[in-house]
Design a binder for this molecule. Sequence first.
Ligand code: SAM
Ligand code: SF4
Length: 322
Amino acid sequence: MLVDGHGRKVDYLRVSVTERCNFRCQYCMPEKPFSWVPKENLLSYEDLFKFIKVGIDEGIRKVRITGGEPLLREGLDKFINMIYKYDNTLDLALTTNAFLLPRAAQKLKDAGLRRINVSLDSLKEDVAAKIAQKNVLKTVLKGIDKANEVGLKIKVNCVPMKGINDDELVDILEYCRERGYEVRFIEFMENVHAKDGAKGLNSEEIQKIIREKYNFVKKERTGSSPSQDYVLDDGYVFGIIEPHKDDFCATCNRIRLTASGVLIPCLFFEESQSIKEAIQANDIDKAAAILKDVLANKPEKNKWNAEDGNETSTRAFYETGG
Ligand code: SAM
Ligand code: SF4
């Protein structure tokens, strides 16, 4: 079992397979052209898998593949199948913007994937295009339909932004409720890569908008999900991810690996260590020791809930995988 320096059990590994992306979401990526990590600096699937095995052997029970946009990396289904074959009892999931799902969903399902989280910030073509800085909505909706059709369980992530999609939160909730998908509204986490002036809605503001149409109650938190759940009168559950709240980190059970082999203990914390050399040298004991050391130094809390409320992370979400 993996336990961090604050006594929290860590059993969830998020693995980014690429920082590249076919979208430029305002809250995530800079508008200006920037340079990607060269492909040769990325860990191969075989090396990422070697580390995932270390994690599973030490107590990881949930693996989420993320990015950048993970479906941009060739052969993702084969990578997923490697993990599935090693441990088919693992909770194996993927986070994607859904743009490439129309042709990838079936292969992913066949490879052993059970569920996906998809980003859906707007149901209006022009607003979705403004957020992603690309005309994406029709293909994204097709991708979600396809994933549903092949039997992948779906959760929807939406980042509510002031003056952009804050008039659509009920529509997005209803879109998900009608289809049996859970929706989670994620508070915008301030970071230097987001568009200048980008402003998110906090949990209270999100709740106020939904309460204009629906009555709901707060669900007691259980387990280590980052989402605070709320239940509508008809039983439908939606979530809000509230990283600015003081108790958000209390049950944190996760650790992140980037595509270039950097192990990150917290989204908003500068410390990290690379497992690349150890893994490439097949030094499994060293990789396991680095994992334990990173966990021993996992901070108690992120910095978005600092008292002045003005903290801005320098880490890019497209690099850490969110
Ligand atoms: N490209 C995939 C996607 O968009 O779903 C996976 C990677 S993306 C970095 C993972 C998640 O991070 C997405 O749900 C996205 O909405 C979220 N995200 C990115 N930047 C964020 C920010 N500044 N604040 C809150 N959530 C953010
Ligand atoms: Fe790409 Fe996902 Fe970031 Fe949007 S949130 S730019 S889809 S990595």
